[in-house]
Design a protein around this ligand. Structure first.
Ligand SMILES: Nc1ncnc2c1ncn2[C@@H]1O[C@H](COP(=O)(O)OP(=O)(O)OP(=O)(O)O)[C@@H](O)[C@H]1O
Length: 459
């Protein structure tokens, strides 16, 4: 990939304002979607409830910067990006832009703002209407916002925008249709449409993921050039840290609706703090096959945002989790089922019969798990098994973190009872001596005394 230009060298942002000044300030932003229990929730396997797609995000976008929103699928990146542009209504919080709070703006008052806040979508093929020629498609925002008095003026502006995105001679593209263009050319046309109304912010949602490898770097370079030439600010939504490294000045790592780490790209890559960031970085494929090693994302999958884990949402997947990270009854089931995958079928059947029905553990937020023995044994047998597992898990190179959250394991009324430590939500805190902020108890000085001997690198 070509070398990323220095941000400091980026041109002065729009309005003569200095690059680096706040453009948008987001405070405690929440976007929750209600699931009515109808068709959509049946389709997604979710019952009635609420998906907290964005859940308390604080973030300042600086003029002229490229900020990456990075995370696995379902982390809320797209929802956050869309909400910035008024395409999703916030459930709570504030989005301050040019003295206005976009979060509370009516559709009528939001409309003129849309000219300044534009979106570039992932799929250039779907972003362009197949029956609309490039002249009409790229000129569309001029029409919507009444920015061209005549067809001649519109065409002149379309030609200028096409030239700027590298589609030249631009006149030859005016009468073409999307099907006449390659994938890279289509994304250039989409960018031309995004910049034609003179925006201040572009939210680019995976803008290169559907393009050929050969043109990806060129499109990223084009966006950097547009940033420099037009004083644009970019939000780059992606799950791909490798392209974020090249393209972004700062990176916000998102997990289940929250930012878990935020810092300059250099800092995040040189010294990732959150175990999730470390795991994402470790999962970046090595381009050199000679040096390639197996890269795994952390164990388990991103949990359902309608039933997020208690405390730190990442704790069920985190090898470095502490007692206060949010352990609950559900985690006991996950722990046992994960273990069963490693057992021989006979041993698995024996344990499953002993432990009986585990569905009672599934309710979110239970700080007490009660295990009644199945037909394969007694409560004493269940207790003996769990005590043995706890002991075995404490040994070895990678101690199982689940047990750190267990504060009591005992017999009571013919059942085995496990109690869990009170969960604490990690707050996004600045790291001493660094520009990074991180939401992780491992980096909270108030809790650092409780940090276990192994480091987050083991996550
Ligand atoms: N309109 C909606 N109604 C209900 N749930 C939604 C809606 N839009 C998003 N969600 C849910 O919100 C959560 C965050 O989704 P979002 O698309 O923002 O994540 P993402 O990180 O961008 O993922 P991806 O990379 O797959 O697009 C997911 O659980 C998703 O299913």
């Amino acid at each position: 990939m070509p070398t990323k230009p220095d941000t400091a060298a980026a041109s002065t942002a729009r309005d003569g304002a200095e690059a680096g000044e706040p453009l948008i300030e987001i405070e405690d932003l929440k976007v929750h979607f209600g699931l009515g229990g109808g068709g959509l929730s049946r389709l997604t396997g979710r019952g009635a409830g609420t998906v907290k797609a964005v859940d308390g995000v604080d973030l300042t976008l600086r003029k002229g910067e490229v900020l990456g929103l990075v995370g696995e699928s379902g982390s809320g990146k797209t929802t956050l990006g869309r909400t910035l542009l008024g395409l999703n209504r916030p459930t709570g919080g504030h989005i301050r832009y040019r003295g206005l709070d976009l979060a509370g703006l009516s559709e009528r008052r939001m409309r003129p703002m849309r000219r300044e806040l534009q979106m570039v979508f992932q799929d250039p093929h779907a972003s362009l209407n197949p029956v609309m020629d490039i002249r009409t498609a790229v000129g569309h925002p001029l029409e919507i916002h009444g920015l061209a008095a005549s067809e001649e003026e519109r065409d002149a502006k379309v030609v200028e925008a096409l030239e700027r995105v590298g589609l030249h001679p631009a006149e030859q593209f005016l009468d073409k249709y999307p099907s006449d263009l390659s994938g890279g050319q289509k994304q250039r046309a989409v960018l031309a449409r995004a910049i034609i109304a003179d925006p201040r912010l572009l939210v680019a949602d995976e803008p290169i993921s559907m393009l050929d490898m050969s043109v990806r770097a060129k499109i990223l370079q084009l966006m950097l050039d547009l940033r420099d030439d037009l004083g644009l600010t970019f939000v780059y939504v992606t799950h791909d840290l490798a392209s974020a490294k090249y393209f972004c000045d700062r990176i916000a790592i998102m997990y289940l609706g929250r930012i878990v780490e935020l810092g300059t790209t250099d800092e995040v890559f040189a010294e990732p703090r959150h175990p999730y960031t470390r795991a994402l970085l470790a999962a970046i494929p090595e381009p050199d096959p000679e040096r390639a090693v197996t890269r795994n994302l952390p164990r388990g999958e991103v949990p359902d945002a309608a039933r997020p884990p208690a405390g730190c949402s990442f704790h069920p997947r985190c090898a470095a989790a502490l007692s206060a990270c949010g352990w609950e009854a559900r985690d006991l089931r996950t722990y046992l089922e994960r273990r069963w995958l490693t057992l021989e079928p006979d041993d698995w059947a024996r344990e499953r019969d002993l432990l009986g029905d585990l569905t009672g553990l599934d309710t979110p937020g239970l700080l007490e798990a009660v295990l009644r023995p199945g037909r394969g044994g007694t409560a004493e047998d269940v207790l003996a098994l769990l005590e043995r597992l706890r002991e075995e898990d404490a040994d070895g190179e990678a101690p199982e973190p689940f047990w750190r959250g267990v504060t009591a394991l005992e017999l009571r009324d013919g059942a085995v009872r496990l109690a869990f430590a009170e969960p604490a939500d990690p707050r996004l805190l600045p790291v001493a001596g660094a520009g990074t902020t991180v939401a992780c108890h491992l980096h909270d000085p108030a809790r650092s005394a409780a940090v276990p001997p192994q480091t987050p690198a083991s996550a």
